[in-house]
Write a protein that binds this ligand. Sequence first.
Ligand SMILES: *Cc1c(COP(=O)(O)O)cnc(C)c1O
Length: 384
Amino acid sequence: MTGATTSIPFIDLMAQQSRIREAVDIAIARVLDHGKYIMGPEVLELEQQLASFCDVAEVVSCSSGTDALWLPLLAWEIGPGDAVFLPSFTFTATAEAVALCGATCVFVDVDPVTFNMSPQSLARAIDRVEADGDLTPRAVIPVDLFGIPAPYGEIEALAAPRGIKVLADAAQSFGAESGNKRVGALAEVTGTSFFPAKPLGCYGDGGAIFTNDPDFAEVLRSIRVHGRGSAGKYDNVRIGTNARLDTIQAAVLLEKLAIFPGELAARQKVAERYDAALRDCVTTPAVPRDQRSAWAQYTLLANRRDDLAAALKNQGIPTQVYYPKPLHQQGPYLDCPADPDGLPVTEDLAGRVLSLPMHPYLEPGTQDRIIAAVLAATEAEAGS
Ligand SMILES: *Cc1c(COP(=O)(O)O)cnc(C)c1O
């Protein structure tokens, strides 16, 4: 056994912090000096920089990735009696946004290679809801799982003729690309998260919504501040909420956005190194030819996943299972409709996915230790 002398972090946020610490200290001090803690100038500056980064007309920052999904559904006035289609193989927040509106989640299966929404499964689920006639199909929320953009072209082609809205859950994919477009510009409306461990994270909670529709952005801005109207602070024209991004978090994000392109390139390098070393012993992630992943996670498939995770843990190497239990098998969502053919890919993936340490500051020597441990564990398994 190779000695696991130092434990390896799954995501190393300290390495990034030490790189930008001085700039962040100055940026936070600037906020303390001007004192505009709510909707200060950094918030507008960040929204403008994010819009130009993704080449979209409008960015509305907000308090979390969850709110970045919930606010668009509120703006579309989606509620009881409405069907919203989403993958079951996702983080629970995707479904929560739907349930909080009082709408019904309709679960869709995923593609076995990209782990993203299957357009064929979506078509079956829409047909089912239309045939049943109890619910009105209103929106679809594809998720860019682990950093790879969902197939928005095919999904849009199913959704648009039926008047179904497309809301991208890009919580894990900010910075990814499809064709010559960045995430943020791939769907009608996109929500992302700035939770610290996401590709672009702040030092608390945060999120943002992207759209090219200025009227829709105005509704989102109103909902973000208690449904405010145009006639002043106490003019309330709709039911909204408090979903603002803190000025301090915007200041942190401006510093992080400056180094983000380099970090995306570093993640890509780490992914390529994993792929070259591991592709013959486990199923490594496959990014479609015209896409670039943001590599929020590096997730492989292994038949004896729990044995592999245990062997890596023995070597001081942390792993994670995203996600061990699909949403359609979880208490609050047990009664939700789904693709009439079931969700076989989702159920298979939940038993075989394993995510390895992935971040822009993963040193080659550390990565070699992880690779060696995966190779040793899978060889031992093949020989047993
Ligand atoms: C993290 C995440 C969210 C929620 O983001 P928060 O900022 O934590 O609210 C939503 N969807 C997916 C797929 C996520 O990974």
